[in-house]
Design a protein around this ligand. Structure first.
Ligand code: ATP
Ligand code: MG
Length: 321
């Protein structure tokens, strides 16, 4: 059972006026075939950087990338821009927090949904691509799809636009769908509907999903695997059941303790743990969480490697026996 994507020792640095930001440090993660993996962690922990690295879409001020992202026998980090673009049209797709970053306001949905499929299905003509688009719109819950093909993005609500984005991504029949906080801008009712839709669609399509979220609650609903990120590192990862029943890194434990039930506090979704992320320009030595950790002890001056907790489950903490 080989995995779909194998990330090994990934480092990403950004150049800024204040120095080099070490946004990802020695990140290793494997993404199984037909799995849903969640990336969770506070703002600034490196979730989007990891998602963008997978897409080959890191920003222009990226100063250094090292390590390996093995996918289909190739190292994504070694591909040229043309090869990456082809992969994004056919094997890797993304849905963003704000669908308007991906939808063009001046073109009809039909035109955009046809263009999105061109590199995947060069053998099909416009009429056939439009028919596929309409069927996919219906599948993501958009009524009157044939008519909607002639509409413009601004004629849709936020939740409907996100459904359109999902349709656009799935029309490429990707091996991997990356969803970077796709529901953060939506209210909780719509959010729940979109998460349910993604879950249903995952059962029907052959690919894997990388689901980025602040919310462990959402992660537990849709994901099989979780990677908990903190300050550019994966501090704990494993199957959802194991990670929730035996959270073993103090950061994961703190995240779980802070999780707010949306039913109790509508609109509250930010996790708060005392203290802030460390400086990613001058990264402190030793355990990256030591500063905020209630359980730190002398050994934490040394950086802990991932230590096995259970099958497939590891935490980078010296407290793991
Ligand atoms: P959020 O939950 O807010 O989306 P995130 O986990 O996605 O956060 P990233 O956006 O990956 O975090 O950012 C990781 C770190 O890299 C942060 O310190 C951020 O400020 C920094 N960073 C991200 N993009 C750039 C950039 N283009 N130039 C400089 N620093 C950047
Ligand atoms: Mg982000």
């Amino acid at each position: 059972d080989t995995s779909l994507v194998e990330i090994r020792g990934l480092n990403v640095d950004f150049a800024t006026d204040n120095g080099t930001v070490h946004a990802l440090r020695d990140v290793s993660l494997s993404i199984g075939r037909h799995s849903v993996i969640g990336l969770v962690g506070e703002s600034g922990s490196g979730k989007s950087t990891l998602a963008l690295a997978l897409l080959g879409l890191l920003p222009d001020n990226t100063q250094r990338i090292s390590g390996e992202i093995a996918f289909g026998g190739k190292n994504l980090l070694a591909l040229d821009p043309g090869e990456l673009r082809r992969l994004r049209g056919t094997r890797i797709a993304m849905i963003f927090q704000d669908p308007m970053t991906a939808l063009n306001p001046v073109f009809t949905l039909g035109t955009q949904l046809v263009d999105a499929q061109r590199s995947r299905h060069p053998e099909l003509g416009r009429r056939e691509l439009l028919a596929r688009a309409a069927r996919m719109l219906a599948r993501v819950g958009i009524s009157d799809p044939e008519k909607r093909l002639w509409a413009y993005p601004h004629q849709f609500s936020g939740g409907m636009r996100q459904r359109v984005m999902i349709a656009m991504a799935l029309l490429c029949e990707p091996d991997i769908l990356i969803a970077d906080e796709p529901t953060t801008a939506l209210d909780v009712t719509i959010e729940a509907q979109i998460v349910r839709l993604l879950k249903e669609l995952h059962a029907e399509f052959h690919g894997s999903i990388v689901f980025v979220s602040h919310s462990l609650g959402l992660i537990s609903e849709i994901c099989d695997e979780v990677a908990v990120m903190y300050a550019g590192k994966i501090v704990e990862s494993g199957p959802v059941g194991s990670l929730f029943s035996r959270p073993s890194h103090p950061y994961t434990q703190a995240l779980l303790a802070c999780e707010i039930d949306p039913a109790d506090a509508p609109g509250e979704r930010l996790v708060t743990i005392p203290g802030g992320l460390p400086d990613l320009v001058n990264v402190p030595s030793g355990c990256i969480f030591a500063d905020r950790c209630p359980s730190r002890f002398a050994k934490c001056g040394e950086e802990p490697p991932p230590r096995p907790v259970a099958p497939g489950h590891a935490a980078a903490c010296w407290l793991v026996p």
